[in-house]
Design a protein around this ligand. Structure first.
Ligand code: MLT
Length: 264
């Protein structure tokens, strides 16, 4: 498919490509876009079928592989004439896509930031849960997916103390096309185990995790950082899985420090 992705392209400087999670869109990065664009060219697309990007060429029955999303991103960089290697920032599903981007487009990368994500493939049980959602989401509607997911995405303190954010995340998920949800669930269910890749990563990798992340835990991400030759982990306080939104100041600071270290 041609990469007709709705994209924010803001600022000047070394390029940073921000890849959102499931089932979200580029607006999950709004705090980071604003800060990083002061010193970097920040590119933040909506993945195929998500946000304002078109849904046409997606089959909910076949799904979209993580490699297909990664190739969309490479085509997007071509279209935007980005020749300089990018720092690729992947959040959760965006991180699964980033492993594939590394395998398929290594020459386009300067460094990686992996936020609240995993290297491992799904357990059989997690795979079954994804297939169930893929099968039923068109009947359920995306609002039901929001009800299922929001409690797992946010830290208890956010759920109890930040009604505005809880509603905002629920709204973003509810607006997602069920076809895109089903297709991504099938793609994630079929994704391979990227754990063997970690020891061969030949570029700097910053791992970022919310201290209360229930989906990609701090210990899981510490193991990933330990396995990566030039890997380091930053744990974000007062945040769950959605650390870039729950504690944007801390996540942006960690990213800025890492990006500055690349140019020194
Ligand atoms: C995400 O935030 O992208 C999802 O939690 C990823 C997943 O379902 O594994």
């Amino acid at each position: 498919m041609n990469a007709q992705l709705h994209t924010i392209d803001q600022g000047e400087g070394p390029p940073v490509l921000l890849v959102h999670g499931f089932p979200m869109d580029h607006t999950m990065w709004r705090f980071q876009i604003e800060s990083l664009a002061a010193s970097h060219r920040v590119i933040a697309p909506d993945l195929r079928g998500f946000g304002q990007s078109p849904i046409e060429s997606i089959s909910s029955k076949i799904g979209v592989a993580m490699a297909d999303y990664a190739d969309d991103l490479a085509r997007l960089l071509d279209k935007l004439a980005v020749e300089e290697p990018v720092t690729l920032v992947g959040f959760s599903m965006g991180g699964y896509i980033s492993w594939q981007f590394y395998k398929r487009h290594r020459q386009r990368l300067r460094a990686m930031i992996q936020c609240d994500t995993k290297a491992a493939a799904d357990t059989p049980q997690a795979r079954e849960t994804r297939f169930k959602m893929a099968e039923h989401v068109e009947g359920w509607g995306a609002a039901h997916v929001a009800t299922l997911m929001v409690p797992k995405l946010l830290a208890p303190s956010t759920l109890q103390g930040n009604t505005k954010l809880v509603e905002e995340i629920g709204g973003m998920i509810s607006r997602t096309d069920p076809v895109a949800i089903a297709a991504a669930q099938r793609g994630m269910a079929h994704r391979e185990d990227s754990t063997p890749l970690l020891e061969s990563l030949d570029l700097p990798v910053l791992y970022v995790v919310g201290q209360d992340d229930q989906i990609s835990t701090t210990s899981e991400m510490q193991t990933m950082a330990d396995a990566t030759p030039d890997g380091r982990l930053v744990t974000i306080p007062n945040a769950g899985h959605l650390s870039p939104i729950e504690n944007p100041t801390a996540v942006t600071a960690a990213m800025e420090e890492f990006l500055a270290s690349l140019s020194s």
